[in-house]
Design a protein around this ligand. Structure first.
Ligand code: ARG
Length: 463
């Protein structure tokens, strides 16, 4: 029903083949973009004298009416049509008569769908940018309140050196900053309009492609090669790759929150609103949101691999394989958008057990490097300082003590260089504060970063 191509056929399409081929169940998501593109296309046709002004006006009014009825819930997409393009054209023709049949002049569904997808992805990209921005704001708030919240920094998930909660959150802020930069870069690299590429070889009508590109806000103008115009999905692959990277970041973060939320760590407590219980174990409060975000990462990677694989064997120009670009992309967009939203809600309501974090930083010899550095500053070569401190750590481990609990005489047994000021040198506060290099957790460097982030956030979102 509602096919755009019956003339050349003698037999009806096999019903299973029809359904296998149909895309309306998912490309109906493109309906606004499809109508927006058609309004601009028909406006251009009439401006260039390819259709009459009356037809152009009645097409525009008809399309605007369809859009309004969709928004008001007076019209619903019927899945009996092959695709969203057939649906719109059929409803239009039902409403305005023959003029509707002129809409597709100088256009193919190939350049039409290439345009619809670009418009849709451009919008989705701006939506993801907003979600990333909200997450950055939540991180910024945690950071500014926790410049002096000491916690252990880890390597190999073993306590390494003390850092602060602000510094740890700042690492994620940087990741999401790069994610947003990628959104901007992709936006710029996909900024050319495929409409007017026709089926693959342009058209014989004198279309004004600069006009349509401008009206649809593509600042790079029309695409330069019509075959590439209809068959380029690079921007979508770049977008899915950037979405995969966002999920990788969220998944790492989730993993940490799951660990921190465990009874062994108790660094954080996830709010009741973002955790769930067990049907059998009454005591349980599980970090399901973080686990789901971690778990959903796979399906976004899957979308990227699926599209890369779909595209790899396609001869120029358009082939129906490319219809497969939609479901995986839509799913990836929804998954990343929801994950960002839930993750932001979870971390902005989560409480941090700063005392436990601090105690944890005090244990586990996170100040051992500082003890060695103390000796270095007093002239001992670093390698010797490392060995001396290592021996002291070994002694503490066997006696179940911390470095700060050693008597000065015990320090001196390993090196005469140690004096009373060693205790200050290895205190948690000075271990962090002495880290003065830019990018380090020390207050001076973190305050500079916060100033930078605050200006960065003032710039707002891409949209
Ligand atoms: N549903 C198609 C797609 O998503 C639209 C383009 C159809 N073009 C064609 N020549 N059959 O790719």
């Amino acid at each position: 029903m509602g096919k755009l191509w019956g003339g050349r056929f003698q037999d009806e399409t096999d019903i299973d083949a029809y359904e296998f081929n149909a895309s309306i169940s998912f490309d109906k998501r493109l309906i606004k973009e499809d109508i927006e593109g058609s309004i601009v296309h028909s406006g251009m046709l009439s401006k260039c004298g390819i259709i009459s002004k009356e037809d152009g006006d009645s097409i525009r009014e008809g399309l605007e009416g369809i859009l309004k009825d969709l928004e008001d819930g007076k019209l619903e997409v019927s899945e009996e049509y092959e695709d969203v393009h057939s649906f719109v054209e059929s409803v239009l023709t039902e409403r305005i008569g023959d003029a509707g049949k002129r809409l597709h002049t100088g256009r193919s569904r190939n350049d039409q769908v290439a345009l619809d997808m670009k418009l849709h992805i451009r919008n989705a990209l701006l939506g993801i940018d907003e979600r990333l921005f909200d997450l950055q704001k939540a991180l910024f708030n945690i950071m500014k309140d926790n410049l002096d919240t000491f916690m252990p920094g880890f390597t190999h998930l073993q306590k390494a050196q003390p850092v602060t909660l602000a510094h740890h959150m700042g690492a994620y802020f940087e990741m999401f900053l790069r994610d947003r930069r990628r959104m901007r870069d992709i936006y710029m690299s996909m900024d050319s309009c495929p409409l007017g590429s026709g089926a693959l070889a342009g058209t014989t009508y004198p279309l004004d492609r600069d006009y349509t590109a401008r009206e649809l806000s593509f600042s790079g103008g029309p695409t330069r090669n019509s075959m590439d115009g209809v068959s380029d999905r690079d921007y979508l692959i770049e977008f899915l790759s950037a979405l995969s990277t966002i999920m990788m970041h969220l998944s790492r973060f989730s993993e940490e929150i799951i660990i921190w939320n465990s009874d062994e760590y108790r660094f954080v407590e996830i709010d009741d609103r973002y955790s769930t219980g067990s049907s059998i174990m009454p005591q349980k409060k599980n970090p399901d949101i973080a686990e789901l975000v971690r778990g959903k990462t796979g399906r976004v990677y899957g979308a990227l691999i699926a599209l890369l694989t779909t595209m790899k064997g396609i001869p120029l120009a358009y082939d129906k394989d490319m219809q497969e670009d939609k479901e995986v992309s839509f799913d990836a967009i929804d998954t990343v958008s929801d994950s960002l939203k839930l993750f932001t809600g979870m971390i902005s309501t989560m409480s941090f057990n700063t005392d436990i974090m601090k105690k944890s930083a005090e244990n586990g010899f996170t100040n051992a490097t500082d003890a060695a550095d103390y000796l270095v500053k007093k002239g001992v070569p670093f390698r010797d300082a490392h060995t001396i401190t290592g021996r002291l750590v070994l002694k503490c481990i066997s006696e179940k003590r911390a470095l700060k609990d050693l008597h000065l005489s015990e320090w001196k047994e390993e090196s005469e260089v140690f004096e009373e000021d060693i205790y200050d040198a290895i205190s948690l506060k000075s271990c962090v504060e002495k880290r003065v290099t830019s990018g380090a957790p020390g207050r001076a460097s973190m305050e500079k970063n916060l100033e930078y982030y605050s200006k960065y956030l003032d710039k707002g979102v891409l949209r």
